[in-house]
Design a protein around this ligand. Structure first.
Ligand SMILES: *Cc1c(COP(=O)(O)O)cnc(C)c1O
Length: 463
């Protein structure tokens, strides 16, 4: 399997190369040259199998010869062994025809563990084979950073630096990043927003001299291997609700579009997905784009679902690439317009394609809190604010007889203040991390400045 850039100008890479590279050198994102299909019989045969077995069958066609079968199976086993639920991604019924896919049983209580844990294992395998070292730098609005630190801490050939917006992540999120004691992980609190963090990260990737000097690698949701790992739970959920005989819809609390784009890949592989519904908070650039055809930046409004507080949505570029018939030059032009004019208009043809695949809605702060309280009363499920954004949209977009599955992207205990404000109930942390607030923190304050960041990384990484 070969990987091409959404902007058409970067070298074509293998799976392992695309995984270790992250962002393409033309500024684009790597996507598979073609999406391998699964026949209905092969999809039906996933029913009743372990999460790990489904992961192996779904992921291996994309990985090709990068790893042996035994290596890939071993990596998958180790990745999910630390999850707090035997099903890994259990389904819970909220109402007739509406189900919640709980993606928060990993080590940092959010769905990003699904991808990050397997990436840690695959990076380790690939680097050990080649005798190489890398420096991972990530930008996070909260959940990616802790998931990366959990996945890479203590690995011999990897140093990890995570940029997060100072004062804009929850205390649980911050502590999950600042309390691991391993000396190859560094939590950096940047004076700015999540988009500042993401832009400095992009600047580092575009500084080719620095990129090569430190062996820079990315694990943000732009990394193809992360998207791939997230394809798996669309299959486990759909098959347990009757796919491939029955169509299924999904509602996905969305920020950078990585999670919902994985659903699109599942659909392209042959999973009968009816609609993929984008649920956004008040940072609604995606909903506005699907509604008006105009993709325009509008500043970040901090919300009670901070992991979806984005100004631009990085992985949407992948959706555009497919909607524009894999025309890299057209995508490159849109991205230029975004940079110079702060926005662009999607062509009529591409917009129609996007609307066939995706639905969308945005949810206000008040509606989010209301949904947390209502759902607790109605079904007994305590939702995190991100999942509540999804559930509200999922209820509204569920159309019998097609079952709706809403993705629960984080555990309520990760956002206890918002949950308590909505319900009066303070959700406790699971027993395995009950001492989080007693652990010592380690964090470095950094300015929103490329040169200063690069100097710090040069100094702190292990040679
Ligand atoms: C990252 C995150 C999201 C958004 O996922 P994207 O892949 O960026 O769209 C939603 N909810 C939670 C809890 C997250 O951590």
């Amino acid at each position: 399997m070969r990987y091409i850039s959404t902007r058409g100008q970067a070298p074509v890479l293998s799976f392992a190369e695309a995984m270790l590279t992250g962002l393409a050198r033309d500024g684009g994102l790597y996507v598979p040259e073609w999406v391998p299909a699964m026949r209905p019989g092969e999809i039906a045969d996933l029913a009743g199998r372990s999460y790990e077995e489904v992961a192996f069958r779904v992921m291996s066609p994309f990985i090709g010869a990068a790893f042996t079968e035994a290596e890939l199976r071993g990596a998958i086993e180790r990745a999910y062994a630390g999850f707090g639920h035997a099903a890994r991604a259990p389904l819970v019924q909220l109402a007739p025809g509406h189900h919640l896919l709980e993606l928060f049983h990993g080590p940092t209580l959010a769905f990003k563990d699904f991808a990050m844990q397997i990436i840690g294992q695959l990076f380790q395998l690939a680097l050990a084979k080649e005798g190489k070292r890398i420096t991972i730098v990530g930008a996070t609005s909260g959940d990616t950073g802790s998931a990366a630190i959990e996945a890479f801490k203590g690995l011999e050939n990897v140093d990890v630096f995570i940029l997060f917006p100072h004062g804009r992540v929850s205390e649980v999120q911050r502590r999950q990043m600042t309390t691991p004691a391993e000396d190859n992980v560094h939590a950096l609190a940047l004076g700015g927003t999540f988009d500042d963090c993401q832009n400095r990260l992009k600047d580092m990737f575009n500084d080719f001299a620095f990129r090569d000097e430190v062996g820079l690698a990315g694990v943000n949701s732009i990394n193809w291997a992360r998207v791939l790992a997230q394809v798996v739970y669309y299959f486990t959920a759909a098959v347990s609700l009757g796919a491939p005989e029955r169509k299924i819809s999904f509602t996905v609390p969305t920020g950078n579009f990585g999670d919902i784009f994985a659903g699109y890949i599942a659909k392209e592989m042959g999973l009968p997905i009816d609609k993929l519904v984008i649920a956004t908070n008040q940072n609604d650039i995606l909903h506005r784009c699907l509604t008006t055809g105009d993709y325009r930046m509008d500043g970040v409004k901090p919300s009670i679902s901070p992991s979806m507080d984005i100004q631009i949505s990085s992985n949407f570029e992948r959706a555009l690439f497919f909607a524009y018939g894999k025309d890299g030059a057209a995508v490159a032009q849109l991205m230029d317009e975004l940079k110079t004019n702060g926005g662009f208009s999607v062509s009529q043809g591409a917009l129609e394609t996007l609307r066939e695949i995706y639905g969308s809605a945005s949810v206000s702060e008040a509606e989010t809190s209301e949904t947390i309280a209502e759902e607790l009363a109605r079904s007994g499920e305590l939702l995190c604010p991100h999942s509540a954004v999804g559930v509200r949209v999922g209820h509204a977009h569920a159309h019998a007889p097609v079952p709706m599955v809403t993705l629960a992207t984080a555990h309520p205990a990760k956002f206890p203040d918002a949950v308590e404000a909505a319900t009066g109930v303070r959700p406790p942390l699971p027993a395995r991390m009950a001492d989080l607030f007693a652990r010592e923190e380690r964090v470095t304050r950094v300015p929103n400045d490329l040169a200063a960041l690069e100097a710090l990384i040069r100094k702190e990484r292990r040679a």
